[in-house]
Ligand binder design. Structure first.
Ligand SMILES: NC(=O)c1ccc[n+]([C@@H]2O[C@H](COP(=O)([O-])OP(=O)(O)OC[C@H]3O[C@@H](n4cnc5c(N)ncnc54)[C@H](OP(=O)(O)O)[C@@H]3O)[C@@H](O)[C@H]2O)c1
Length: 321
């Protein structure tokens, strides 16, 4: 089954997720969708110093937004911030240093942000990376893909929702991946013991499936916030170079630029049209897409969803109390 899913996903990727896929899709984009002034609006972008997060920050800054860049490395973050400020003349770009794999720190950041800001319009949960070897986080002993790609954003979003809900049209944009189609939901979140057949790609895909399920859960629970999950396509970034290794070397010229990868994130943050689509949807190239491959047996039941959410809550509570 996994070989079938990989083959279909790869074939689909060559057509739709490559640079040519973007060029073909973008012929149907309406540039007016994102021609908007967001002066006074407040955004948080996680992983904002590189790749898709940095391009998203640049586009929001160009339109006057106040953007809070959540990054783990002070040097890289300041360099990216200074470049964006120079280019856009927007000084309201702020850096927050946070290792998103440290869940207690994520919770503390969210509390402090909520105490010190009276407005948040859009949260972009962008941090993500495929960590190929089995590694537990130093702080909370969580598998690192799970901590960085799923649990961090669960805690951040849950903690910031009261502040987001004060905004007139709040949005949460989750940067997912079509890689989620390789995996059905594991209601037990992840294994605490190293599985004999641990595979970083499977774990990464599981985290992206989890982000999709969380998007649907939040959409159902918080009707006044627009939640979306999206796939940026195959994008040339440090994370994809590290995660794909040889495959990247073979396919590099087919990859999208980070700006092309960020296009749908920016559209989901800004376009009125985006919110006319049902909250909880999955997007690629400004269109609603499928959440599962045909005949791939990756769908889950309501019971499995409930068990998964409870599992996330239990782990979050252990990490943050
Ligand atoms: N590139 C693709 O082809 C592709 C495809 C599908 C989905 N995605 C998704 O797109 C999102 C953005 O990735 P990207 O491709 O733009 O990669 P990228 O350029 O490497 O950006 C990833 C960002 O996340 C930050 N980050 C990673 N771990 C972190 C941590 N523990 N704490 C704080 N920040 C952390 C990185 O910081 P440093 O600079 O300090 O490392 C960087 O700013 C990810 O969710 C990824 O899964 C990418």
């Amino acid at each position: 089954m996994t070989a079938y899913r990989k083959a279909i996903l790869f074939a689909k990727g060559l057509i739709y997720e490559s640079r040519n896929g973007y060029l073909s899709a973008s012929k149907h984009f309406d540039p007016n969708d994102v021609n908007t002034d967001v002066t006074g609006h407040v955004f948080i972008v996680t992983g904002a110093n590189s790749g898709i997060g940095k391009e998203t920050t640049r586009e929001l800054a160009k339109r006057g937004g106040e953007v809070h860049m959540v990054c783990r490395n002070e040097g890289r973050a300041t360099e990216a911030r200074n470049e964006i400020v120079r280019e856009t003349n927007n000084e309201k770009i702020f850096v927050h240093i946070l290792d998103m794999s440290n869940i207690r720190s994520v919770s503390e950041f969210a509390k402090s942000f909520s105490a010190n800001h009276d407005r948040l319009d859009v949260l972009v949960n962008n941090v993500g990376e495929m960590i190929t070897e089995w590694r537990l986080t130093e702080t909370e002993n969580l598998e690192t893909n799970f901590a960085t790609n799923s649990m961090s954003h669960f805690v951040l979003t849950e903690s910031l929702l009261p502040l987001l809900e004060k905004s007139e049209q709040p949005r949460v944009v989750n940067v997912g991946s079509s890689g989620m189609m390789l995996q059905g939901l594991n209601p037990r979140c992840y294994s605490k013991e190293k599985p004999q057949d641990f595979d970083g790609l499977v774990m990464y895909a599981q985290c992206k499936r989890q982000m999709m399920v969380l998007t649907e859960y939040w959409a159902e629970k918080h009707g006044n916030v627009h939640f979306s999950c999206m796939h940026p396509g195959w994008v040339d970034t440090p994370a994809s170079r590290r995660g794909l290794g040889d495959l990247f070397e073979k396919m590099g010229d087919r990859f999208r630029t980070p700006a092309q990868g960020a296009d749908t994130v920016v559209w989901l943050c800004l376009a009125k049209k985006a919110t006319t689509h049902q909250s909880g949807s999955f997007f690629q190239d400004r269109k609603v897409g499928r959440k599962h491959l045909p005949l791939a047996s990756t769908k889950h039941s309501r019971r499995e969803q409930t068990a998964f959410i409870q599992c996330m809550k239990n782990i979050a509570s252990t990490c943050t109390t």
